[in-house]
Design a protein around this ligand. Structure first.
Ligand SMILES: Nc1nc2c(ncn2[C@@H]2O[C@H](COP(=O)(O)OP(=O)(O)OP(=O)(O)O)[C@@H](O)[C@H]2O)c(=O)[nH]1
Ligand SMILES: [Mg+2]
Length: 458
């Protein structure tokens, strides 16, 4: 247990209905009691009860705030320590005054993520669960939220623990063989090792396969909308965002800057980038805009190439299609409400039919097909429901890959009848690497780095 008591404002800074100050540590109840007047003294309060009263300046006896105070006694709290939460009126000043009183005494201001860090250090959650708390806070779609919540609840941890259990079993088997070689035949052990490491490798592969989808759910697909001027790129952004975010006019060259907007369509989070129409231009500002468009194209996970179906294909568009060959791209044939002039056969030379989506952004037609095309590209069919265990954290991915390599070495060594104590080292290594996902034997600096990504008060 950590010896000091920490406090922070756990609600977002600014004006709100209420704000919550969270205090955690061995002195939490005592320290709050010192500045809190209510019917029952806080030190006599039972765990998980709420108390009405006032925050009082201890020396002058002046009432500062009318509050509700919740007491959660160790170990049944988020941090497993004594936790007191003070719900105050939401104003910045009121909350700051309460904080100041606490900090004048034996309470220290919590660092970002320190409550969650304590939950981890006190063994209530493992590191992968703590990391999922960050994802939970940052999740931008319902689905990303559900995935993060599952991980907070330990879905990934359990998988990893199961795999580690299999490896411990294997290690025990090897140990027996080393200690009592007369009891076992070496070849039997190598069959056992191969079998077990294969099981674990397969499961790791399965987890790694979810990585791309996991990353998308977490961060969104960076999607650049590109095309010639006036084809309807900004109109598309506005329609998908259901907001008049970008200026739309019938003047070619309206958009000059890259405009970013986060949207989710059909549960897929997209970070949309509307860009300046690509063309040769003498206009200094527009030229910079076109440069930025090209940059956005390079950065994007997905390119939405918008063509105007009511005009013949332009040579700039052909050049663009050449340029982005091999990239993830969906072609939008916009303005289908007008008579069609575009020669589709040329586009078909570059793109399969399921990647060509006829639309009329103006009439809001074709949006469903666009969603389908995007799901088709990034998800293996099943976006709804199903298994919500995704590996999306780069640290976890790297460790899974390392563990897989170690196991492959163990497997190959067993295959070649290399002495068993050599194989033991690889299996042990894989076991340790998986353990690092859960936060076993990881260094302080890494832990600090992980928790520093949190917001204050979490
Ligand atoms: N008929 C028709 N007009 C459209 C459609 N989509 C967009 N437009 C019109 O096309 C014009 C250009 O639209 P924008 O969205 O500004 O085009 P843009 O590609 O962003 O143009 P730049 O920013 O100049 O590169 C506007 O007058 C839109 O109303 C459509 O589906 N059908
Ligand atoms: Mg535009």
């Amino acid at each position: 247990m950590l010896s000091d008591t920490i406090a922070a404002i756990s609600t977002a800074v600014g004006e709100g209905g209420i704000a919550i100050i969270r205090v955690s540590g061995p002195e939490a109840i005592q320290e709050v009691e010192h500045i809190f007047k209510s019917k029952t003294p806080l030190s006599l309060a039972e765990s998980h009860t709420v108390h009405y009263g006032h925050i009082v300046e201890p020396e002058l006896g002046e009432k500062l705030e009318e509050v509700l105070v919740t007491v959660m006694r160790a170990p049944r709290s988020f941090t497993t320590e004594d936790v007191v939460e003070i719900s105050a009126h939401g104003g910045v000043i009121a909350v700051k005054r309460v904080m100041d009183l606490l900090l004048q005494r034996e309470v220290r201001l919590a660092e970002p993520g320190e409550f969650t860090k304590r939950a981890f250090l006190n063994g209530r959650i493992d590191l992968s669960q703590a990391e999922a708390v960050i994802d939970l806070i940052r999740s931008k779609s319902d689905r990303a939220f559900s995935v993060a919540l599952k991980q907070v609840e330990g879905s990934l941890s359990r998988r990893i623990q199961d795999l580690r259990y299999t490896l411990v079993e294997t290690l025990a088997h090897i140990e027996v063989n080393i200690d009592y070689p007369e009891h076992d035949v070496e070849s039997l052990t190598s069959v056992f090792i191969k079998e077990k490491s294969e099981i674990v490798m397969n499961e790791i592969d399965r987890l790694l396969k979810t990585a791309q989808e996991g990353k998308i759910l977490r961060e969104g697909i960076t999607t650049a909308i590109v095309g010639r001027p006036n084809v309807g790129k900004s109109s598309l952004l506005n329609t998908l965002a259901q907001d008049n975010k970008a200026i739309v006019t019938d003047i070619p060259g309206t958009t000059r800057d890259v405009i970013e907007e986060f949207v989710t369509i059909n549960n897929i989070p997209l970070k949309l980038l509307d860009t300046a129409g690509i063309r040769e231009t003498m206009d200094v500002v527009e030229k910079i805009g076109v440069e930025r468009s090209r940059h956005a194209v390079n950065e994007a996970d997905l390119i939405l190439l918008v063509l105007n179906a009511s005009e013949p294909l332009h040579e700039d568009e052909l050049a663009l299609m050449e340029q982005i060959r091999g990239r993830q791209c969906i072609v939008i044939l916009n303005k289908m409400d007008l008579p069609q002039q575009l020669d589709l056969d040329i586009v078909r030379r570059y793109y399969a039919d399921e990647l060509i989506v006829p639309m009329s952004v103006k009439a809001e037609e074709g949006i469903d097909s666009l969603e389908e095309a995007i799901s088709g590209l990034f998800f293996s069919g099943k976006i709804e429901g199903g298994d919500l265990t995704y590996v999306s954290n780069v640290r976890h991915i790297a460790l899974l890959k390392k563990a897989r390599r170690s196991l492959q070495e163990a497997y190959d060594a067993a295959d070649q009848m290399i002495p068993i104590d050599m194989i033991q080292i690889d299996v042990r290594m894989a076991w340790e690497q998986l353990g690092e996902i859960l936060g076993e034997a990881v260094g302080d600096s890494l832990i600090d780095q992980i928790f520093s990504q949190f917001c204050l008060g979490k």
